[in-house]
Design a binder for this molecule. Structure first.
Ligand code: ADP
Ligand code: MG
Length: 234
């Protein structure tokens, strides 16, 4: 049976998509059969982070019943499968996140691991993946605002009975608050720390995830630690 992860935080720009891309690639490199799903229906940019240019069907077409799931799956780095979204404004208007459930069920039958990237906010884009996930991976920077918004996502997850595995702290540098401050604002254990790293921006500009492009970078090490924390092996 596949494991389904949702990568979530109500705050935008904290590293959810970067985390989904690098976690998925790390697990694919380790030999797992993994699919990443762009559940951010309004601002889908997971495909770009993985060098995938969807020239046909997207998740939005699957959600409206216009395409089969398999038709919208593309190959990313290290054999990672990618279910991208559409950037067309009209696609956002017609797609309904509630239709994600049969999509994820279909993927669970074909893959070992399903990872759903989610959008900011607390709308259905986030709510539905939290409900579908076996484990929720929170992502936050160590800024107070980000931790506070991420705590709201944690509370939503708790309210709907979703299992929160912990938080990935991203863009961490020395000027950030210490672990006590983080713990006082967000009621979740830290499962990995990804330092602020220029290699992430370079990776994004070449559309190759940092774990594949710069495996010796500090960010890549952080993402490998996350993969290990989730699956119990390097
Ligand atoms: P979200 O999906 O939460 O909106 P993204 O993953 O798109 O966030 O990341 C937002 C921005 O932060 C991107 O420009 C990304 O390159 C940058 N970023 C993410 N993590 C790091 C990091 N560890 N070091 C440097 N830049 C990062
Ligand atoms: Mg994103």
């Amino acid at each position: 049976m596949a494991r389904v992860y949702a990568v979530a935080s109500a705050k935008g720009g904290v590293g959810k998509t970067t985390t989904t891309a690098n976690l998925g690639t790390t697990l694919a490199m380790a030999g797992h059969d993994v699919v990443v799903v762009d559940g951010d229906l309004g601002m889908p940019n997971l495909a770009g982070a993985l060098g995938v240019d969807p020239d046909g069907a997207t998740l939005h077409d699957v959600l409206t019943g216009e395409a089969a799931v398999e038709a919208a799956v593309y190959e990313g780095p290290a054999g990672l499968s990618v279910l991208p979204g559409s950037n067309a404004l009209e696609a956002f208007a017609t797609a309904n996140a509630k239709e994600l459930e049969p999509v994820v069920s279909a993927l669970e039958a074909s893959y070992d691991i399903v990872i759903i990237d989610t959008g900011a906010g607390l709308s259905d884009d986030t709510f539905v993946p939290l409900k579908l996930a076996d484990e929720v991976v929170l992502v936050s920077t160590t800024e107070r605002e980000s931790l506070g918004d991420t705590e709201k996502t944690r509370q939503l997850a708790e309210r709907i009975g979703a299992d929160v595995v912990g938080v990935v702290l991203t863009r961490v540098n020395q000027s950030n608050p210490n672990a006590d401050v983080v713990a006082s604002l967000l009621d979740a254990g830290v499962i990995a720390v990804v330092p602020e790293d220029p290699a992430i921006r370079e990776a994004l500009s070449t559309q190759i995830p940092v774990v594949a492009r710069s495996p010796d970078s500090i960010a890549a090490a952080g993402y490998r630690a996350l993969a290990e924390a989730l699956t119990g092996k390097p």
